[in-house]
Write a protein that binds this ligand. Structure first.
Ligand SMILES: [Fe+2]
Length: 282
């Protein structure tokens, strides 16, 4: 049973940051209606928690987008994902032929490091979203991207959440990193929060790691995006050694493909650096 105590605190319609959609779906009224329908399920859940949380009856066209993404991502991940992701991918065993329900994946995730997914209508303002990580919760969307551009999305969707993020939450050091970032968001001033957001962006979303002499991906923006993952490993990509000071001072634009990536030496070293940074906040 999900009780209101287990729900992320502080989320309300005022803390949702709806994007001014700058992608093909924005001009498709049918797609927009469908987005509202799925968002409403999450809203009802937020206002009146129930068990199980919202089940979405996906359409055949939506399952088809998932299949397309899954088929393209699988071999790319095989080639470029870090060991922790590949292990997590095996543990979760997400289906290739249909979109799984968020509740089912959340239940499986929780059995590893206690991390859970909770449905949300859309993008949430950074402080609320990041703070939930400390409680081992990731707020997740349930809609899927527009079928006309399956390999890139400027905003989170179910492909990004499940094929990009979920597997990493079975890995203890990554969960520790996520919780540290969540703690940082809780302790930070508005200016510091912007720095925490950048840290999140260049690690949890677009991070690379040095592993067995090779550069591998662990960021969800990469592992859940065919175009992003391909771009990060193309010749000429701007790949830099991890530098926390450089990262927290660097702007990014989530509406466009990511141009710069940072490679961490290991999760332990990243966590140590983030812990020192978070301790300096407040
Ligand atoms: Fe994400």
């Amino acid at each position: 049973m999900v009780t209101s105590n287990e729900l992320p605190g502080g989320i309300s319609s005022n803390t949702l940051a709806f994007l001014d959609l700058d992608h093909p779906g924005a001009k498709d009224p049918e797609y927009r209606d469908r987005r509202v329908q799925i968002a409403n399920l999450a809203r009802v859940f937020r206002e009146q928690p129930a068990d199980p949380f919202p089940i979405v009856s996906y359409t055949e066209q939506e399952h088809q987008v998932w299949r397309q993404c899954f088929a393209a991502l699988w071999p790319l991940q095989e080639k470029h994902a870090c060991n922790a992701y590949l292990e997590g991918r095996q543990r979760l065993a997400l289906p290739e032929d249909h979109i799984p329900q968020l509740a089912d994946v959340s239940g499986r995730l929780a059995s590893y490091e206690g991390f859970r997914l909770r449905p949300v209508e859309g993008l949430v303002v950074p402080r609320i979203f990041l703070q939930q990580l400390e409680r081992r919760i990731m707020l997740s969307t349930q809609y899927i991207r527009h079928p006309s551009r399956p390999f890139f999305t400027p905003e989170p969707d179910i492909v990004h959440e499940l094929l990009g993020h979920a597997a990493m939450f079975t890995h203890a050091p990554f969960v520790a990193l996520s919780r540290l970032i969540g703690r940082g968001a809780r302790l930070s001033s508005d200016g510091q929060l912007e720095q925490i957001g950048r840290l999140y962006w260049f690690t949890v979303e677009f991070g690379l790691i040095q592993e067995e002499g090779e550069t591998r991906a662990f960021g969800a923006g990469l592992l859940g995006g065919v175009e992003d993952l391909t771009r990060a490993f193309a010749s000429g990509a701007d790949v830099r050694p991890f530098d926390l000071e450089e990262i927290v001072a660097m702007d990014y634009d989530f509406n466009h493909p990511q141009p710069i990536y940072f490679v961490i030496p290991s999760f332990d070293e990243l966590c140590a650096a983030v812990e020192t940074f978070v301790s300096s906040l407040g």
